[in-house]
Design a protein around this ligand. Structure first.
Ligand SMILES: [Zn+2]
Length: 60
């Protein structure tokens, strides 16, 4: 099968269905994408952090 890496847009031809890093071309691109996702998530959840801090403060 043919895949296009979401991270670097590299097109790979004849990729086996059990290709371990599918749909990424490599483990590196998979990690980059995961890192971006975590970064997005961190930024989105940043406004929640003060509340979490307050809760921890109450517990202490
Ligand atoms: Zn890639």
């Amino acid at each position: 099968m043919r895949i296009e890496c979401p991270t670097c847009q590299t097109v790979l031809e004849d990729v086996p269905p059990d290709f371990p890093t599918r749909p990424f071309c490599s483990g590196r691109c998979k990690l980059i994408d995961l890192g971006n996702w975590l970064d997005e998530r961190y930024r989105v959840s940043t406004p929640v952090n003060p509340e979490l801090m307050d809760e921890e403060g109450l517990l202490n």
